[in-house]
Design a protein around this ligand. Structure first.
Ligand SMILES: Cc1cc2nc3c(=O)[nH]c(=O)nc-3n(C[C@H](O)[C@H](O)[C@H](O)COP(=O)(O)O)c2cc1C
Length: 197
């Protein structure tokens, strides 16, 4: 199984990034290959000038095409997901998430914006034709404490449990997703079929 993880925070030290890293580690422990991208790693010029032929964007697209699932994490900015992430999602073709299971993750300063994933991010993921979108995880800043120095960040036990539950759901949704039929295999099956329509 292959998963693409996409971090939508422009910040170097990022709470949504902490949840993404935890997810990545959990998935790797289940034998899933994870390829990770952060919005910070994309050339700002490519994003702001809407360069659809940006090599970094094309590379992301190729990985998504081969992936079973995508985990997208974002901070809540002004009651929505990060604008930087939107500049990247705008460059993806309409069916970029077709056949993919998607797990959205968001962190915010206030519980008041916990629905931002539902009313802001999910419609965009739907427009990209995500096959299955999990409900997603929202955490407030107070539930994620950065570690001192090289110590790892601490999650509130309730958040840790919820994250693990959603990762289980994500993993099983990927395992049962119908695989798109390779056109060559379809052709072969049609040629060897004993009936016609
Ligand atoms: C520019 C900006 C706008 C923000 N707007 C909101 C907001 O509208 N609602 C909210 O709950 N938190 C808001 N926050 C707080 C962040 O969502 C929160 O700290 C988040 O965990 C940051 O994620 P990150 O560390 O991954 O960047 C804002 C933070 C910044 C810097």
């Amino acid at each position: 199984m292959l998963v693409v993880s996409l971090g939508g925070s422009p910040s170097q030290r990022s709470r949504s990034g902490v949840l993404l890293e935890r997810s990545q580690r959990w998935l790797q422990e289940q034998g899933v290959e994870v390829v990770s991208y952060r919005i910070r790693d994309f050339p700002a010029e490519d994003l702001l000038h809407a360069r659809f032929d940006s090599p970094k964007v094309i590379d992301l697209l190729q990985q998504i095409e081969n992936a079973d699932g995508v985990v997208i994490a974002t901070p809540v900015y002004k009651a929505s997901f990060s604008g930087a992430l939107k500049t990247l999602l705008d460059l993806l073709p309409e069916r970029a998430l077709a056949h993919k299971v998607v797990l959205p993750i968001a962190t915010g300063g206030s519980i008041a914006h916990m629905l931002a994933v539902d009313y802001a991010l999910k419609p965009v993921l739907s427009a990209l034709k995500a096959q299955e979108m999990l409900q997603g995880i929202f955490a407030v800043d107070s539930q994620i404490a950065y570690g001192e120095g090289s110590a790892q960040a601490q999650l509130a036990p309730e958040l840790e449990q919820r994250l693990n539950e959603y990762l289980e759901l994500f993993f099983s949704a990927m395992a049962r997703r119908p695989k798109p039929l390779d056109p060559n295999v379809l052709n072969e099956r049609l040629l060897s079929a004993r009936w016609s329509i």
